[in-house]
Design a protein around this ligand. Structure first.
Ligand code: GDP
Length: 195
């Protein structure tokens, strides 16, 4: 898909601050430093649309990117900072839960995990959380360019086992450096926008 428009049009922590035009939404989450902003930027061919989440203490908002007036990418703050306080963790939990539970426009959750490593406990919690609310998930394994081809099958298997991956969900290996997986992810997303 050739994206011509990608704009951050809303930011907020609660419903009254979210877009009201009813466009379908795709929520994107992952631990900090997983490569989420690089993923968003590579998907929409921009260098600096989404900013890296590796700035501790940054305001914890949901950021809505309007993509060609077809859908929103909803960027969730990166989780898993050592420095985040218990209170911030709780606030993050409440915000994401309220959004996931009530947002009718939500079609798909993209969960980014680092393809090089076993998913963290937070990754597993996030995946289970989506499954609990019956949200379809596309797991994107980031930084695949850093893993030799001969090890990729093994890594994918280990990630799926650790997450207790449901075979009705999607799994795509991705590289923001080489754009491997980009067409596959767009194809996957399109299927959810048609409905
Ligand atoms: P975020 O905190 O999840 O938004 O992560 P960033 O997008 O800022 O990426 C964290 C670091 O990983 C940066 O140094 C990126 O350059 C690097 N990175 C992200 N995606 C890839 C990738 O696909 N391949 C490689 N080799 N590095 C990546």
């Amino acid at each position: 898909m050739h994206v011509t428009k990608a704009e951050l049009t809303a930011m907020g922590v609660e419903d009254s601050q979210f877009p009201k035009d009813g466009l379908p939404e795709i929520v994107l989450s992952g631990r900090s430093n997983v490569g989420k902003s690089s993923f968003i930027n590579s998907m929409v061919n921009r260098k600096k649309l989404a900013y890296t989440s590796s700035t501790p203490g940054k305001t914890q908002t949901l950021n809505f990117y309007n993509i060609d007036d077809r859908c929103y990418f909803v960027d969730v703050p990166g989780y898993g900072y050592a420095k985040v306080s218990k209170k911030q963790r709780e606030e993050f939990g409440k915000m994401i839960e309220a959004y996931i539970e009530t947002r009718e426009q939500l079609r798909l959750a993209v969960l980014l995990v680092d393809f090089r490593h076993k998913p963290t406990e937070d990754d597993c919690l996030m995946y289970n959380f989506y499954k609990h609310f019956n949200i379809p998930v596309l797991v994107v394994g980031t930084k695949v360019d850093k893993i030799p081809k001969t090890r990729r099958h093994r890594n994918e298997k280990e990630i799926k086992n650790t997450l207790d991956f449901n075979s009705t969900d999607g799994f795509i290996k991705y590289s923001s450096e080489t754009h491997q997986g980009k067409d596959q992810v767009w194809k996957y997303i399109h299927n959810f926008l048609k409905e």
